[in-house]
Design a protein around this ligand. Structure first.
Ligand SMILES: Cc1cc2nc3c(=O)[nH]c(=O)nc-3n(C[C@H](O)[C@H](O)[C@H](O)COP(=O)(O)OP(=O)(O)OC[C@H]3O[C@@H](n4cnc5c(N)ncnc54)[C@H](O)[C@@H]3O)c2cc1C
Ligand code: SF4
Length: 445
């Protein structure tokens, strides 16, 4: 008999083979032309538009929506991409409900914002499907820049620097470029290999050499990069994972949620990817939601997400929490893991209820257990492999407003650096702004 969601243990093929494609299809289907015009027609083209201020990359939202309305979606795409070269990915993954759409005057007045994210996707998809790259590279300057990390921050910086005529070498420890766009974002947010298509499209600018499989701290050293290049931009994200600090967390079946998602994103055939019958995800952010939802989509019977604080403190937005609930994920609030049980492999996790007392989280003494074949830890990532001479603040590389680190000639941005939320769009903004400062510095004198 074939496997089902009820099959005990960790196993592949819990669903009929033909259903995986539908399970993991696009979360938000693309708008057609008529739908886009109707959606664009709701915009008031506000003066001092709050949506633009709320966007970390400051996209001129009213302008691009007007360009869609006037039947020039390619011009709209250029408006978007001038500010945010990964505007295609951001249109798919931005938590718009907590950024531009949250402050849209139509959201404030009517509880229904202009669908800015979907309109952005409409415009950028049209341009990218035509293979058009609307930017050209300036005359070569003879200056060289090393970018370490080919995620959103690194790609954004590399593109801007190459556009100004500098020669960029972009290193990455992994075999593919894209960072978490390729290895982390939930597969239903960016299906059909969009992350690599976008990287290939971005590379059309020219002047960027990609070197994969080279890691800072192993094959690369900061001294070597400093002596070989005129500037260095660090965009290495957060490669380390925090520990649960619960007894027995080393048992088999206890995994990092990011590793599970990365394996899922790289799987050629999802029906071959094993998943538990009972899956417990620990954490309250986007990673936790993505791991829980995707475990459910793979056919796990019971998926629970357990967060140590209350609903309001969860970093996953309300929209994401609702998405998880709508897929059948059960969310437990105010519970922290205390022990993982099982003989070699995990079978149960014990949690203690928590309460906040003057801002401090305390266990109440009352416990409960959840059955688990698999436990995914999604309690935050940590900085890993930063050279000692670079100053760290609060677990991140300390940078100023334009991305300069404590070491002259070295800039940093994205998740690995201080400032801003850990979001794709913030990483793009920081990469772009650091590139502007690097360019200004290289052109001095
Ligand atoms: C599971 C998950 C889901 C997410 N979902 C969303 C979402 O839906 N929307 C959203 O806006 N944000 C989301 N985020 C956050 C978003 O992905 C990150 O904020 C963003 O990718 C940060 O970009 P970055 O370029 O700073 O780092 P990364 O994307 O992490 O890229 C860093 C790159 O550096 C490389 N690298 C690391 N160490 C080294 C080294 N020592 N030497 C060389 N290369 C190195 C890595 O291989 C990687 O390619 C999610 C994050 C996770 C983990
Ligand atoms: S706030 Fe809303 S209505 Fe105003 S410009 Fe932005 S998208 Fe349009």
């Amino acid at each position: 008999m074939s496997n089902t969601p009820l099959t005990p243990g960790i196993t592949a093929g819990r669903l009929p083979e033909e259903s995986y494609a539908a399970q993991f299809s696009d979360l938000h289907p693309v708008l057609d032309e008529h739908e886009a015009l109707v959606a664009a027609d709701r915009c008031y083209f506000c003066h001092d538009a709050p949506c633009m201020t709320a966007c970390p990359t400051s996209i001129d939202v009213p302008l691009f929506i007007r360009q869609i309305m006037t039947g020039t979606p390619e011009a709209a795409a250029k408006t978007i991409l001038e500010q945010n070269i990964l505007g295609g990915m951001c249109a798919r993954v931005c938590p718009t409900e907590t950024l531009c759409e949250e402050v849209c005057v139509r959201e404030v007045a009517e509880g229904k914002p202009v669908e800015i994210g979907r309109l952005q996707r409409y415009a950028t998809d049209i341009l990218m499907e035509k293979g058009v790259h609307p930017f050209t590279r300036a005359e070569p300057t003879g200056k060289t820049v090393a970018v370490v990390g080919a995620g959103p921050a690194g790609l954004s910086a590399a593109h801007r620097l190459a556009m100004y005529g500098h020669d960029v070498v972009m290193f990455d420890a992994r075999p593919k470029s894209g960072g978490l766009n390729e290895y982390g974002i939930a597969s239903y947010k960016a299906p059909d290999g969009f992350a690599q298509k976008e990287v290939d499209w971005l590379m059309q600018i020219g002047g960027i050499t990609v070197v994969n499989g080279k890691k800072l701290g192993a094959e690369l050293s900061i001294e070597g990069l400093k002596s070989e290049y005129d500037a260095v931009f660090l965009a290495i994200g957060l490669a380390g994972v925090n520990a649960l600090r619960a007894e027995g967390e080393d048992k088999s079946g206890v995994l990092d949620a990011v590793d599970f998602i990365s394996e899922l994103r790289q799987a050629e055939d999802l029906s071959k990817l094993p998943i538990g019958r009972n899956v417990v995800v620990i954490g309250g952010g986007m990673t936790a939601v993505d791991a829980a939802v995707q475990a459910k989509l793979l056919g796990a019977q019971n998926v629970s997400m357990v967060y140590r604080r209350g609903r309001a403190r969860m970093s996953a937005s309300e929209y994401e929490q609702d998405l998880a609930a709508s897929k059948g994920v059960q969310i437990f609030y105010n519970a922290a893991p205390v022990a993982v049980y099982g003989n070699g492999s995990v079978t149960e996790v014990e949690f203690e209820y928590t309460a906040e007392d003057g801002g401090t989280l305390k266990g109440t003494g009352e416990t409960f257990r959840l059955p688990a074949d698999q436990v995914f830890k999604a309690i935050g990532q940590a900085l890993d492999g930063v050279p000692e001479e670079i100053e760290i603040t609060g677990g991140k590389i300390a940078v100023d407003a334009v991305g300069r680190t404590s070491v002259p000639g070295i800039w940093a941005g994205g998740d690995c650096a201080t400032g801003g939320e850990d979001l794709t769009v913030t990483a793009v903004a920081e990469g772009r702004d650091a590139a502007e400062d690097i360019h200004a510095k290289l052109m001095e004198g």
